[in-house]
Design a protein around this ligand. Sequence first.
Ligand SMILES: *Cc1c(COP(=O)(O)O)cnc(C)c1O
Length: 231
Amino acid sequence: MAINIEKFRYLQNQLNGKATLVAVSKTKPLEDLQALYDLGHRDFGENYVQELVDKAALLPKDIRWHFLGHLQSNKVKYIAPFVHLIHGVDSLSLLKEIDKQATKNNRVIDCLLQIHIAKEETKFGFDPSELTALHEFTQWKNVNILGLMGMASFSDDKNLIKKEFANLKSLFDANKQSSDKEASDNTIETKDFQFTVLSMGMSGDYEIALEQGSNMVRIGSLLFGERNYQH
Ligand SMILES: *Cc1c(COP(=O)(O)O)cnc(C)c1O
């Protein structure tokens, strides 16, 4: 067993109800997850569909499973019956598939739109300019867009990271405002506009993320130790 209990307690105190801690357990053995579960933790994040499905089958049913990172459309069906929150929705076609699988499972699946904020080139995530009309994202009734998720550059430049998180926070606030307005204009649609979650911050940059207004942090290596292999 290799979880860092002191760090867990420290994080709990530091977050103190202001931000949700998602324990990122990818590549880690069941015992480590169970150990954290036994301390009362319920939110776990995984990046690989097969690994998530295998772990969910063997661990307690009241765990809230978060899916992180890029999700392939053809794999949505495996996690649709139970996933708690999908953090990395990065295209409308993926959202459409999530809606389809959610409908089949007779549930509404909560999602975060992944926004490309880092200066690094990546093919994943929406460009901030694509978010001008939240309406586009609400045509599907079995998905619920709860907010935004982003990853800062892998960099030692704290100012750069700070700037990237600040940009995501302003985008979040702008969309939150229009969603609040939308909700009051059209109460029937209120369910579609619970824009409340801003998922930003990992082991290396979560303190900056919190300063910049994050209310959900995704932390792996600080809790479970370094991962032995990189996927
Ligand atoms: C792996 C991963 C994390 C956790 O990374 P750590 O640096 O170990 O805290 C957070 N978010 C995403 C999307 C990840 O893939």
